[in-house]
Write a protein that binds this ligand. Structure first.
Ligand code: FES
Ligand code: FES
Length: 218
């Protein structure tokens, strides 16, 4: 066939064009929108957004430059090297990461550090020292309130703040009776501490430790 008679669309190019059209038609709009463009080369990552954070940790002023996605837990452990606070689930399910934030117990894995500009954080390292234990730490030692100890910093921070909640008259689900005696029953303490899981099952000894401190404070 002379060159001038060769069709401009061959069977091969027509099939390739049809296949490309079909593939494009099957992509959801969002996938098309996310296809790499010449302006953003494939694989390029955006630089993280950072912020400066000032807060007080265990009585000491701290200033940190952080990726704004950093949790309070990671700020404490990875940036301030306060590894007493433990990462268990990292999903708000175990309580191992509990710290005291402006007097209230919080799961530090569930809150972003940059939300706490100017706040005061107390971790297990700030409650007491080996030679001068906080009364709750001493009670946990006395009553053997742990086995592996992984949940213990969170249990102790939670129990210290929990007794403050009772003093402040904050009710729980168990009882609306705000007298100190009713608030420190075993049932009440178990309910209030139910957000702190112990895989070793040291619950009865933990309860004994907290009860002793609660009775002393009553
Ligand atoms: S590590 Fe935060 S709740 Fe488990
Ligand atoms: S002492 Fe091991 S998880 Fe509580």
């Amino acid at each position: 066939m002379p060159a001038s008679d060769t069709p401009s669309v061959t069977r091969r190019s027509a099939m390739a064009g049809a296949a490309a059209s079909a593939a494009a038609a099957s992509l959801p709009p969002v996938a098309l929108a996310q296809a790499p463009s010449a302006a953003a080369p494939a694989g390029a990552l955006e630089a993280p957004v950072t912020a400066t954070l000032s807060l007080t940790v265990n009585g000491e002023a701290q200033s940190l430059e952080l990726d704004t996605r950093t949790t309070l837990l990671d700020a404490l452990r990875e940036h301030l090297h306060l590894t007493g606070t433990k990462k268990g689930c990292d999903h708000g399910q175990c309580g191992a990461c509990t710290v005291i934030l402006d007097g209230k117990r919080v799961y530090s894995c569930l809150t972003l550090a940059v939300m706490h500009e100017g706040d005061a954080v107390t971790t297990i390292e700030g409650l007491g020292r080996p030679d001068s234990l906080h009364p709750m730490q001493a009670a946990f030692v006395k009553h053997d309130g742990y086995q592996c100890g992984y949940c213990t910093p969170g249990q102790i921070c939670a129990s210290v703040a929990m007794l403050e909640e009772i003093k402040a008259g904050i009710p729980s689900h168990v009882t609306a009776d705000l007298t100190a005696a009713a608030q420190t029953t075993a049932e009440e303490i178990r309910e209030r501490m139910s957000g702190n899981i112990c895989r070793c099952g040291a619950y009865s000894n933990i309860l004994d430790a907290i009860t002793e401190v609660a009775e002393r404070q009553a």
